[in-house]
Design a protein around this ligand. Structure first.
Ligand code: ZN
Length: 196
């Protein structure tokens, strides 16, 4: 497997690289080339790089196990791709929980309070929630965010984790379908381009 640094200026190389740069990600696994692209220009802490790379290594391991590595990937958000993404966000959640302990649990509870409040207001049960800024809570166990892009990336990851925990709580035995739906809404705009 290769590890490929991508810089802002690489967008000039074509649509694939533009899509990588446009995505709110530190790193991403690309199955067709069996490579992880990462953005070294994003100022990020070692802990966050480690969590992100473990997430992407999880994708590459699954691709290897299933014989997909280095071969053309199915386009779009397949059931399999969503299932894999859910697994990787659960891995992130376990890592953040291990790092944050009680502080992480308290932040998640506050986030679920907000999600539930907005869910009741919309009566939809569908997550289009914008959480308040949880930077302070996250920085108590992830170190200060060194840039605005880092802060946004963390906020997105944290919101996903909180939503997953909420679905587990509200829809026991059925939460995976809700998680898949949530990820579909989150990823669809940027999916084609950086997954293939
Ligand atoms: Zn992923």
């Amino acid at each position: 497997m290769s590890l490929v640094p991508v810089y802002e200026s690489d967008s000039a190389l074509g649509r694939f690289w533009q899509a990588v740069n446009a995505a709110n990600l530190l790193a991403s696994y690309c199955g067709s080339f069996h490579m992880i692209v990462l953005k070294p220009e994003l100022s990020q802490t070692d802990v966050a790089w480690a969590c992100s790379l473990l997430h992407e290594l999880g994708h590459s391991t699954r691709a290897l196990e299933e014989g997909r590595a280095g071969r053309p990937q199915s386009e779009g958000l397949s059931h399999q791709a969503l299932d894999e993404e859910i697994e990787m966000h659960r891995l992130n959640q376990q890592l953040w929980h291990a790092l944050g302990g009680r502080a992480y649990e308290q932040a998640i509870e506050k986030a679920i309070y907000w999600i539930d409040k907005q869910r009741r207001q919309t009566k939809s049960g569908v997550c289009t929630v914008t959480l308040p800024d949880f930077s302070a809570a996250n920085e108590s166990f992830l170190d200060p965010a060194p840039s605005e892009a880092t802060r946004r990336h963390r906020q997105t990851e944290f919101a996903t984790q909180a939503q997953f925990v909420a679905f587990d709580r509200w829809y026991p035995g059925r939460s995976r379908a809700f998680q898949a739906d949530f990820l579909t809404r989150q990823y669809r705009p940027a999916w084609v381009g950086w997954r293939r």
